[in-house]
Design a protein around this ligand. Structure first.
Ligand code: GAL
Length: 753
């Protein structure tokens, strides 16, 4: 009875979506509800007759970890029964193929219809670890699953019950199907007019914003209709650009459309509307244009970045004074403790201090336009990484295809594009540098890294710090040699190479750990903690085990300076918002020397190597990303190809007032104070008594937000500053109003007048 009810409910969920100006209806079958789920693996579960009546119900809108299958890695199956009515065919103009839209699946999947394999994303092997590594490298976990069959395929049972089965494998981080609006629908004109928004990026030329789009006819028939392209400011609707033409594209033909409009500092959309003459079907698509908010740095000297740094007694100290302004510039550092010296031309402070203590240094930067002095506190003691690390890591762009040249190039971009002037300091190699061990068991770098020591030296000479990656297991996640049973030896090798930062990633330690108990989760991290404490350098200890066993509760016990709180991030709004807005229960555990790490940044050109694409985050989403990570006191590790650092991304990463929020010496992590509908207001207490406030809009439309000061714990009159624009908005007694674009943010600093 239950089974039948389920089937008929599903069969009844047929959506009629009216298409503008179109008499016909597009029909799609909703697949968002009614799935059954079982962990484990048995190929007979693909068969229609398999009994799933005792399987769990599951939502395909969120990962299985969020639905009671905490830390489950391995295989699992999803099944659903659906009536596919033949009337569906009528809903399409092209009438040639049926598509099954299954959304994103973490990591790998095979899709079966009525017992037959239709397709797969990733080759599933008997080894889920290998599957997941391959998936990560190929970005499959962020790929939309869209399986297509010809309407006359005998695999489709028209007007009958069809059984859809999805075999999923996952290792590490989240697992399972995790999108909404899953459906079955006919392919149509809308799927065949392809508007390519990512083959070129926006350019700022003079006072103009320019981009060239390509429109392609992906169908087998000629397509004629009216094309309109407009650009308008989202908020005011002011039209910046319009273009119209009668489009006529042969099968497979494509055409370029250069779009140009005046640069603005507000969210702006470029809208495409194509009206197909014959069917009257309307195809719409939108792109968001970048808008630069950070004002240009001035010519006069200004010192930026961290105001407090830690070093252990007797360990090498390296600090580059981050300062913007005209070059040449000279530097001074007064009251340096014995053992430290500053290079007056580069502003790099080096040396060793044996005496514990807090040293207040007066840093001065001088150029032809003037001079400036700012205090830096050097704390010589047990704790390092007193503000979150800021740097670059190779993983989100290059994946395993990282090599020495790419690392050196990144370091040069840090210098040449001025990132170092804003406090960016670490250059970290992720997985993919390792070779085998030599006869004495010493780890060797592979042919892509011919001389690690020389690489370290060259980075240090530039004033940069050098990071590396390993795993406590026998192999890294990418399948390279890792540190198991060689921990002390590896720590010594790292010290010899001049390593300043180690990311230590659980990976294959899963095969060594006896179980998932806290003791077993901590064990490998204690072993490496000891090894690191015995070398003659400070090495920042970055724990990466995706948050298992609430790592934030014990990470600092094993001397972790940061710990990943989640699985891997990808460059989608789902991933960003799911991770970013859920960093709540770990907030009390962040503080100077120990930070929650919601994973690396996904702005710029990313792709997990070797082929990259511009981030799929919209402009508003990118402002949200950097604002939220700053409020969270999260480590800021740029994950993009720095050779392709465009003006917008550079601007996003070099706003000193935003960075100040991240680097605030108090080291508090923001928490959400108000959640109303799609709006969330996050507040971070700052050392100077002020508050950083992020007003986020998680919804699809622009929102007007009234911030009532008492609701965020403020009783006095406040000066409100727009941090991105670096502009005061005025003083407010009780409340103020602002508007926030879809998936966007207003980042403010509030201080009592
Ligand atoms: C993952 C980790 C990634 C990256 C990768 C390397 O487990 O979360 O950030 O380090 O391994 O293989």
């Amino acid at each position: 009875m239950k089974k039948n009810l389920n089937f008929f409910t599903l069969a009844a969920i047929i959506f009629l979506i009216s298409c503008a100006g179109n008499k016909k209806n597009i029909i799609s079958i909703d697949l968002d509800h009614g799935w059954k789920f079982k962990t484990g693996d048995d190929l007979s579960w693909a068969k229609p007759e398999a009994d799933d009546s005792k399987w769990d119900s599951i939502s395909t809108g969120k990962l299985w970890e969020e639905q009671g299958h905490d830390n489950y890695d391995g295989y699992a199956w999803y099944r659903i029964k659906v009536l596919i009515p033949s009337s569906l065919k009528e809903s399409s103009y092209l009438k040639d193929s049926l598509q099954f839209i299954l959304g994103k699946i973490d990591d790998c999947d095979q899709f079966f219809l009525n017992g037959t394999l239709i397709g797969e994303n990733n080759t599933l092997t008997s080894n889920p670890i290998a599957d997941s590594i391959f998936s990560k490298l190929s970005g499959f976990y962020a790929t939309d699953r869209n399986y297509i069959l010809a309407v006359n395929s005998p695999k489709i049972l028209w007007d009958k019950e069809n059984v859809l089965a999805v075999r999923v494998s996952d290792h590490g981080g989240g697992g399972g199907m995790y999108s909404s609006h899953l459906r079955i629908q006919m392919m149509d004109i809308r799927d065949k007019i392809l508007i390519d928004k990512s083959s070129s990026s926006f350019k700022f030329e003079g006072d103009k914003t320019n981009k060239t789009y390509v429109i392609k006819n992906g169908s087998g028939i000629g397509l004629k209709g009216k094309l309109t392209i407009t650009a308008n400011i989202d908020e005011t609707k002011e039209v910046l650009y319009t273009f119209e033409e009668n489009l006529d594209l042969k099968p497979g033909e494509s055409k370029e459309y250069p779009v140009s409009f005046k640069a603005v500092t507000n969210a702006t959309s470029v809208n495409f509307v194509f009206k197909h003459s014959d069917s009257k079907i309307v195809v719409e698509s939108t792109d968001q244009a970048p808008y630069i908010l950070t004002p240009k740095s001035g010519d006069e000297p200004k010192i930026n970045g961290a105001r407090v740094v830690g070093v252990r007694p007797g360990k090498p100290f390296l600090f580059n004074i981050p300062a913007t302004g005209l070059r040449p510039m000279t530097f001074e550092a007064k009251n340096l403790p014995q053992g430290l010296v500053v290079d007056a031309n580069t502003g790099i402070i080096t040396g060793k201090v044996s005496q514990k203590g807090d040293y207040k240094i007066a840093l001065t930067a001088k150029n032809s336009k003037g001079e400036v002095t700012r205090e830096l506190i050097i704390k010589v003691g047990d704790q390092i990484m007193l503000t979150p690390p800021m740097g670059w890591n190779s993983w989100n762009c290059w994946g395993l295809s990282v090599d020495q040249k790419k690392v050196i190039q990144s370091a040069h971009v840090f210098k040449e594009k001025g990132l170092m002037e804003h406090g960016w300091a670490f250059i970290n190699i992720d997985d993919g540098w390792e070779a085998k061990r030599d006869a004495k068991g010493e780890i060797l770098a592979n042919e892509k890294f011919p001389n690690m020591k020389a690489l370290g030296d060259s980075l240090h000479k530039l004033g940069l710090k050098f990071g590396i990656y390993s795993s406590p297991g026998p192999l890294t996640c990418g399948g390279y040699t890792a540190s198991y049973q060689h921990e002390a030896q590896d720590a010594k090798t790292y010290a010899k190479w001049g390593i300043d930062y180690l990311k230590y990633d659980w990976c294959s330690y899963g095969q060594i750990a006896k179980d998932n108990s806290l003791a077993e989760l901590k064990k490998p991290y204690v072993v490496m903690q000891k090894a690191l404490s015995e070398v003659d350098r400070d090495i920042v200890y970055s724990l990466c085990q995706y948050g298992m066993g609430n790592v934030w509760e014990w990470g600092s016990e094993v001397n972790g300076n940061l710990w990943r709180t989640t699985g891997d991030i990808v460059d989608t709004w789902e991933s960003l918002s799911q991770i970013g807005f859920n960093q709540v229960k770990n907030a009390p555990n962040a503080g100077p020397g120990h930070w929650n790490d919601p994973d690396m940044l996904i702005v710029g050109w990313v792709g997990w190597g070797p082929s990259l694409h511009p981030t799929r985050l919209t402009i508003n989403e990118q402002y949200t990303h950097i604002s939220l990570w700053s409020l969270l006191s999260a480590p800021l590790l740029i994950g993009c190809d720095l050779n392709r650092l465009d003006d917008f991304t550079l601007n996003l990463l070099t706003n000193d007032e935003v960075i100040d929020i991240n680097q605030d010496p108090l080291g508090k992590q923001a928490t959400p104070k108000i959640t109303k509908g799609n709006t969330q207001i996050w507040v971070k207490e700052l050392e100077d008594g002020g508050k950083a406030v992020g007003i986020f809009n998680l919804g699809d439309k622009s929102e007007k937000v009234t911030v009532t000061l008492s609701e965020i714990g403020i009783t006095e009159k406040q000066n409100v500053r727009d941090v991105w624009r670096q502009k005061d908005m005025g003083t407010f007694d009780t409340s103020f109003e602002t508007s926030v674009g879809s998936h966007g943010v207003m980042l403010l600093k509030l201080s009592a007048k």
